[in-house]
Design a protein around this ligand. Structure first.
Ligand code: PEP
Length: 253
C-alpha cells in the first residue's frame, strides 16, 4: 500500500515567526479535526527547520521537509546546505528537482541523481519533482520528457533505494499560475509514470510508489485530483501558506 501524502512547499516565504505561527496552526488543526490516514509534510526554508522539527516531535503524521540539499558531502561550497546537516536537525524529506531550481539554478538531471544519492545516504526521503513546460506539452512530447527525467535522475538506484522515493509530477505551466492540470491530464501522466517505473523495477515497486500532483492545487480542486487512481496526494505551493487551505486540501482525501 502506498502512502497518501500532502506536502507543503513554502518556497522562500515566511520569516521565522510566521513559520512558527503557521506550523502551530497546522499542528492544532490536525489535533482537533478528523482527517484520514495522510502523511502531512511541511517543506520549510532551511532556517525554519530546527524550530519546526521541535514543534513536530509529538505529531505522528506531520513530517518535515527541506526544499533542496547540496550534492556534496561537505566542504568549500559557500552558502550551501548538506544532506547530513538536514538530517542532524530532524528533517525527514527533501524536495529535489523543483522546476524553479531547475530553471533559476540550472539543476540538471545528472546533478539531481547525485542529490538523490546523498539524500538517501543520510536517511532523507527525496520528493523528486518532474514536469514539462507548456511548449513540451504542446509538442506532445510530455510523456517522453517526464519519463526521461526519472530515468536520468532515479533509475541508477537499486530496488531497495528506489522504493524510498516519492515522485511529484508538477507540470510547469500549472505552478503558481492558477491553471491546474485537469484530473484526466494528471491521471494520464501518473499512470504513464507508474508504467515506466514498473518496466524498470516491477509492478510491486511501482504500485507502492507514491506519485503526488503539484500545480495550483487548492481546496476547490483537490478532491477531484485525489480521486484519480494514480494520484496519491499533492505537493502544494501557494495554498500551503494558509493553514486553513492546506488542511482543507489534506481533508480532500
Ligand atoms: C509548487 O511550486 O510546488 C507548487 C505546486 O506551487 P503552486 O501550488 O503554488 O502552484
Amino acid at each position: 500500500m502506498r502512502d497518501k501524502i500532502v506536502a507543503g512547499n513554502w518556497k522562500m516565504n515566511n520569516d521565522l515567526q510566521e513559520g512558527i505561527k503557521l506550523t502551530s496552526e497546522v499542528v492544532n488543526m490536525v489535533q482537533d479535526e478528523v482527517m484520514g490516514n495522510v502523511r502531512i509534510v511541511l517543506g520549510t526554508p532551511f532556517i525554519h527547520l530546527t524550530n519546526v522539527a521541535k514543534m513536530l516531535t509529538e505529531s505522528e503524521n506531520i513530517f518535515l521537509a527541506a526544499q533542496n540539499c547540496n550534492e556534496h558531502e561537505s566542504g568549500a561550497y559557500t552558502g550551501e546546505v548538506s544532506a547530513s546537516m538536514l538530517s542532524s536537525v530532524g528533517t525527514d524529506y527533501v524536495i529535489l528537482g523543483h522546476s524553479e531550481r531547475r530553471e533559476y539554478f540550472g539543476e540538471t538531471n545528472k546533478q539531481l541523481a547525485a542529490k538523490v544519492d546523498i539524500a538517501l545516504g543520510h536517511g532523507l526521503i527525496p520528493i523528486f519533482c518532474c514536469g514539462e513546460s507548456l511548449e513540451i506539452r504542446e509538442a506532445n512530447d510530455h510523456f517522453e520528457f517526464v519519463c526521461q527525467q526519472l530515468t536520468e535522475s532515479l533509475f541508477h538506484l537499486d530496488t531497495e533505494a528506489f522504493s524510498k522515493i516519492v515522485i511529484a509530477y508538477e507540470p510547469i505551466w500549472a505552478i503558481g499560475t492558477g491553471k491546474t492540470a485537469t484530473s484526466e491530464q494528471a491521471q494520464d501522466m501518473h499512470a504513464k509514470l507508474r508504467t515506466h517505473i514498473a518496466e524498470k523495477y516491477g509492478t510491486s515497486i511501482a504500485d507502492d510508489t507514491s506519485i503526488l500532483y503539484g500545480g495550483s492545487c487548492k481546496p476547490s480542486n483537490a478532491q477531484e485530483l485525489f480521486a484519480c487512481p494514480d494520484v496519491d496526494g499533492g505537493l502544494i505551493g501557494g495554498a500551503s501558506l494558509k493553514s486553513r487551505d492546506f488542511i482543507d486540501i489534506v481533508k480532500s482525501f
